[in-house]
Design a protein around this ligand. Structure first.
Ligand code: NAD
Length: 301
């Protein structure tokens, strides 16, 4: 049994840490939000007085925070407060599962190495349901040795664990995947609105496209119209699912990566702008497939 420090016990981190406890691991956690800490405590996570004390005895430190700025501040310390890197035992493996920018992941990795630790990025897909059921997909950027150290824990929390390459490349895989997802959901939504205008039923378009070259996850799992796919958030008034705010955030990370590399990713940047406006309107808390309503509203009569 190893001792794992788990920082960030929110929507994703709470159930992920709970699955580690269920598998017999000792998990010491911290979250500044009292409700998150209370819920985690009920699931068997030992709650530390603060983040720094959570890592003191840990062999592995997992972070599941919202942003790269939070991860770097937690690692290095901020506002005079000590950071996790200074508090952990030498050689501790720092595993960041948050979704952050590729360059932020590389920065966090370099800080950890400079402090005498090991580090890997392991962002996830699969959402809160995947976190609860232990069926997440992990995309890991790590050295071969660090990947093998992390793998047994990741296999407790997830069903699929892919070693994408060196540190930072887990986040690279995540950002590329979510750029495909954001673009294809808009494409499917536009096609359904076009079909409506042409007099085509949702079911007929679904029956054709889901068995033809238009087939994709955005259509067959996250169909933006109610009816054809039982699990689709569209059947429940676009309750997420994957919230518009998170898609806007992830495409913001794609935008950063596009700027860093100079790629001519016109659709990625356009999708970023569409979801930014969606999230700033009433889409932040809706599933991102709710973008179909914006497309309808903005179509001319
Ligand atoms: P969340 O806001 O529910 O949880 C983050 C938690 O981190 C909060 O409870 C916050 O209080 C805590 N926190 C902040 N600073 C801290 C610190 N220094 N020490 C300890 N705790 C700290 O967010 P979430 O939905 O769990 O998402 C976490 C990450 O996972 C994000 O990067 C998100 O993009 C990614 N993600 C989320 C989903 C999803 O469906 N929610 C899916 C895939 C990936």
């Amino acid at each position: 049994m190893s001792t794992i420090a788990f920082l960030g016990l929110g929507h994703m981190g709470g159930p992920m840490a709970a699955n580690l406890v269920k598998a017999g691991q000792r998990v010491v956690g911290f979250d500044p939000v009292p409700a998150a800490a209370t819920e985690a405590s009920a699931a068997g996570i030992q709650i530390a007085a603060d983040a720094v004390s959570a890592v003191a005895d840990a062999e592995i430190v997992i972070t599941m925070l919202q942003t790269g700025a939070q991860v770097i501040a937690a690692y290095a310390g901020a506002g005079g407060a000590p950071g996790l890197l200074a508090a952990a035992r030498p050689g501790t493996l720092f595993l960041d599962c948050s979704t952050i920018a590729v360059d932020e992941a590389r920065q966090a990795h370099d800080l950890a190495i400079a402090a005498g630790h090991r580090a890997a990025d392991a962002p996830v897909s699969g959402g809160v349901v995947g976190a609860e059921n232990g069926t997440l997909a992990f995309m890991v950027g790590a050295s071969d040795g660090d990947f093998e150290s992390a793998r047994p824990l990741l296999e407790i929390m997830g069903r699929r664990v892919v070693h994408c390459g060196e540190p930072g490349l887990g986040q690279a895989a995540k950002v590329c995947n979510n750029m495909i997802l954001g673009i294809t959901e808009i494409a499917v939504a536009e096609a359904f609105v076009l079909g409506e205008r042409l007099g085509l039923s949702h079911q007929a378009l679904y029956d054709v496209a889901s068995n033809a070259s238009g087939q994709c996850w955005a259509l067959t799992t996250n169909c933006p119209v109610p009816g054809p796919v039982p699990t689709s958030p569209a059947n429940h008034d676009y309750r997420p699912g994957f919230a518009g705010a998170l898609m806007a955030k992830d495409l913001g990370l794609a935008e950063q990566a596009i700027a860093l590399t100079g790629v001519d990713a016109q659709l990625g940047l356009h999708a970023r702008e569409i979801y930014r406006q969606f999230a700033e309107g009433d889409g932040a808390g809706q599933d991102f497939s709710g973008i179909i309503n914006t497309i309808r509203q903005q179509s001319t009569d």
